[in-house]
Design a binder for this molecule. Structure first.
Ligand code: PLP
Length: 450
């Protein structure tokens, strides 16, 4: 490996990072992570910290999952690539579709369409939703409804349904025909209440209003994350997703569950849809499907949708969509090994139990630190929202949030920041001792930031 100076200088000179300002790179050198093991990462200076981010909410099983690494090596030897476009397929892809149909049986999803990651999966869902209505004789259903604060990746379709201004503004104009409802966000919302059930009902009314305004027969789908992630961790009331499902059903609108983060256990349930007792029509997955070791994703398709396509013999039912890497044999082999380990380790149960400990600890920190305005979380996706004044809820400035992150890192834990939020999403295999480490480092960070 080249020496540190070469790496830092050339990172600044040649690398454009996602979600970062290119002009920022020299002033704020990113940490260079060179190795990882268990639930820890090691930077180029040799400092090892607990990864409170879980890669990017995808390394659910940690960094030392040998069966996945071995499956990747073996598949590279056997068949490193072949296309899954019409006419060819491969054994790991088929076996994975079989396993996923088992995995998602309870969610009513039996067909899979493979992708290279979350943005691809969302794009696929949006396209299949529109196409379903064409197949179903309602071609005028083309619009989408989404939630403010929702994050659905960065392709033009996904960016169009995104509910965060900083992912949209510089890329406008985006897709026409997309409207956004309020986020299920107890701490800040336009409804004058912090009661999650009231907020859920109010957003339901907004949805019905929007449907009446747009015309139900123009709307293809409503998309939501069962627990909103990148927008700052918003956990809706348990009535919310079932209510949105019922409104969709009443109006012939498809429900897309964007489970790029929530599928495979992060919330404490195997899927976010199942957490809320709801069955989506289309589900996007990616991230933890290969434990982050290989770029891969899967869209899961409900029987009703699949059967409509399969019964249609016209060109309108043909899928004019797909990726060179759809069903990549190495990705499929990685996913098969990941699913097996995910089940064997029963990580959803651990995410639920450790998540409860983490949330209790974060609430305890809130009692002691004025800087914390709000604590939110479900399973192992949690957030602290930092404010400089609890009465006015003024968000903490960037440098303050950065100080917290840096001090937590020095104290041995990597956490992620997004605006005034500190996001904690560690691997799902952490122990109670790891939870304590996270809380102690956050406490150090809060003291340094204040
Ligand atoms: N959808 C959700 C809910 C996500 O959280 C993400 C990424 O964080 C995406 C889509 C996009 O996934 P990717 O970054 O793999 O393209």
């Amino acid at each position: 490996m080249r020496e540190t100076n070469f790496l830092t200088e050339n990172n600044a000179r040649h690398v454009w990072h996602p979600m970062a300002h290119p002009a920022d790179m020299l002033a704020n050198l990113p940490r260079i992570i060179k190795a990882a093991s268990g639930v820890e990462i090691t930077d180029i200076d040799g400092k090892t910290v607990l990864d409170g981010v879980g890669g990017l909410w995808n390394v659910n099983l940690g960094y030392s999952c040998d069966p996945i690494k071995q499956a990747i090596r073996d598949q590279l030897e056997e068949l490193p690539y072949y296309s899954a476009f019409r006419g060819t397929t491969n054994p790991p892809l088929i076996e994975l579709s079989y396993e996923l149909a088992e995995w998602f049986k309870e969610d009513g999803l039996s067909r899979s369409f493979f992708t290279s990651g979350g943005s691809d999966s969302v794009e696929t869902c949006l396209r299949l939703a529109r196409q379903y209505h064409k197949v179903n004789g309602q071609p005028e259903r083309t619009k989408f409804v989404a939630l403010k604060k929702g994050y659905h990746g960065t392709h033009f379709g996904g960016a169009s349904v995104n509910g965060n201004a900083n992912n949209r503004r510089n890329y406008e104009p985006l897709l026409p025909g997309v409207s956004h409802l309020a986020a299920p966000y107890g701490y800040r919302n336009p409804f004058g209440t912090d009661d999650p059930a009231e907020i859920a009902a109010a957003i339901g009314r907004q949805f019905e209003d929007e449907i009446a305004f747009q015309g139900a027969d123009t709307i293809a789908a409503f998309i939501m994350e069962p627990v909103l992630g990148a927008g700052g961790i918003m956990v809706p009331h348990e009535t919310f997703m079932p209510l949105m499902r019922a409104i969709c059903d009443k109006n012939g609108i498809l429900l897309i569950a964007d489970e790029v983060i929530t599928a495979f256990g992060r919330t404490g349930a195997w899927t976010g849809s199942r957490l809320w007792g709801t069955r989506p029509d289309l589900m996007s997955t990616a991230k933890a499907i290969t434990n982050g070791y290989y770029p891969f994703g899967a869209v899961m398709i409900a029987d009703k949708i699949a059967e409509a396509f399969e019964a249609n013999k016209n060109t309108v039912g043909a899928i004019g969509h797909g990726y060179t890497y759809s069903g990549h044999p190495v990705g499929a082999a990685a996913a098969l090994a990941t699913l097996k380990e995910t089940k064997r380790l029963n990580v959803a149960a651990n995410a639920g139990a450790r998540g409860n400990e983490l949330l209790a600890g974060l609430n305890w920190l809130k009692e002691k630190h004025e800087l914390i305005g709000d604590v939110r979380g479900k399973g192992l996706m949690c957030a602290l929202e930092l404010v400089t004044d609890r009465a006015t809820k003024t968000g903490a400035p960037k440098d303050m949030v950065q100080r917290l992150q840096d001090a937590a890192y020095d104290a041995g834990v990597m956490v992620r920041t997004s605006g005034s939020n500190v996001i904690i999403s560690p691997p799902l295999v952490i122990t109670t001792a790891d939870v304590d480490r996270i809380l102690a480092a956050l406490e150090t960070g809060l003291t340094a930031a204040a």
